[in-house]
Ligand binder design. Structure first.
Ligand code: DP6
Length: 359
């Protein structure tokens, strides 16, 4: 753990509970490729969602006989051994530097407001929620974080170690993760909120997710990140990510919707181009993904509605558009695009204010 070493002086033996709601996020400049201990090879920019969140409740008590990580994990009120193994191994990794974790018994109860495999990253919201619970736990047990900034940085740092994209979910609005020379305070170790207010046109930007397929993806993001090692286009990709981040920051500052659309779509297609050209070439988009992209581009030419798309590591399409256009865009989605979605599923979300502590 390379963050400044923390000292843990237990204020008093404790038991209690903490709960956080943490939204997912959608990347505009994609994090794609890692180095070292969960550090990104390029800086990324995301928008935190609002309705799509994980709600996690953590109960903690001192163990009678401290030893290893003691954990029970429930998802939708049912014990979930698969996630439990993943979270236990994450906590065990943290416990090397955070020995207090071996003194506690933790019970986690988690649920998502959105369905699985719909193009909304549940690892970002769930690991974000867990990291926020851990940071609150440290606050309660040791009084560790001096202010909200220190608290959020810590949560982002802990979230990153669980899942890179989760580091961005601890803030609302637009968020940058990864060192970027022109953004003071930006870091590979934790995300930061955008240090300026984007132009009004981006306030409450809408994200309608067109669920082309509900199937779990055939290649995990972890495997995708690994395929960036030695990728023949890696160097160009890393350079382009910084150019695109710079361009998107200017677009957000200046209210340049067209510039924002051009770069966002370029990033989405580039992510999938990298998948298709890796040593183990693979495809995650589906024919209906392309049908939607083509319908969108032709609608923009003929009707001029301001909408763009982005893609995550899967076939489902995120449509981004200004809040003022909501009625028109939703009509267009209903009449022209729903037919490309599995069971007509569309999830409507928007840029949100970030996580909330509920207990
Ligand atoms: C394509 O954060 O899921 O969604 O760090 O291995 O958990 P891990 O990967 P993850 O990767 C997300 C990749 C992406 C782009 C992004 O969210 O920036």
């Amino acid at each position: 753990m390379s963050e400044k070493k923390k000292s843990f002086v237990l204020k008093e033996p404790h038991r209690g509970s903490i709960a956080w709601q943490c939204p997912s996020n959608i990347a505009l400049v994609k994090y794609w490729g890692k180095k070292g201990n969960q550090l990104p090879v390029n800086p990324s920019l995301s928008m935190t969602l609002s309705n799509s969140f994980t709600e996690m409740r953590m109960e903690f008590r001192m163990q009678e006989r401290p030893g290893n990580i003691s954990l029970e994990y429930y998802f939708d009120d049912k014990r979930n051994p698969g996630f439990e193994v993943r979270i236990r191994s994450y906590l065990a990794g943290l416990s090397v530097d955070l020995p207090y974790l071996n003194h506690l018994h933790l019970t986690l109860n988690s649920r998502n407001t959105f369905p699985h495999s719909t193009g909304i990253a549940s690892s970002a919201s769930s690991m974000g929620a867990l990291a926020l619970c851990l940071s609150s736990l440290e606050q309660e047990m040791f009084g560790m974080h001096q202010d909200d900034f220190a608290f959020r940085s810590r949560a982002s740092f802990l979230a990153r170690l669980a899942s890179g994209s989760a580091s961005r979910s601890v803030y609302g609005g637009f968020v940058v993760w990864g060192h970027f020379p022109s953004l003071p305070g930006s870091s590979d170790e934790m995300a930061i909120p955008l240090p300026f207010q984007p132009e009004n046109v981006f306030n409450g930007l809408k994200d309608s997710i067109l669920v082309v397929s509900k199937q779990a993806k055939s290649v995990s993001s972890s495997a995708g990140h690994a395929l960036m090692n030695g990728h023949s286009y890696a160097e160009a990709r890393i350079r382009n990510a910084s150019i695109n981040l710079d361009g998107l920051l200017s677009a957000l500052r200046q209210g340049d919707l067209e510039g924002f659309f051009t770069i966002t779509e370029w990033e989405a297609l580039n992510l999938h181009a990298l998948m298709m050209t890796s040593s183990r070439a693979y495809l995650l988009i589906e024919p209906n993904t392309l049908r939607i992209v083509k319908a969108l581009r032709s609608m923009r030419e003929t009707e001029g509605l301001p909408v763009c798309f982005t893609l995550d590591a899967g076939p489902n399409v995120h449509l981004l558009y200004p809040a003022a256009e909501e009625v028109k865009v939703r009509d267009w989605i209903d009449s022209r695009l729903k037919e490309y979605c599995e069971d007509g599923t569309v999830i409507h979300d928007q840029c949100g204010k970030g996580p909330q502590r509920t207990e």
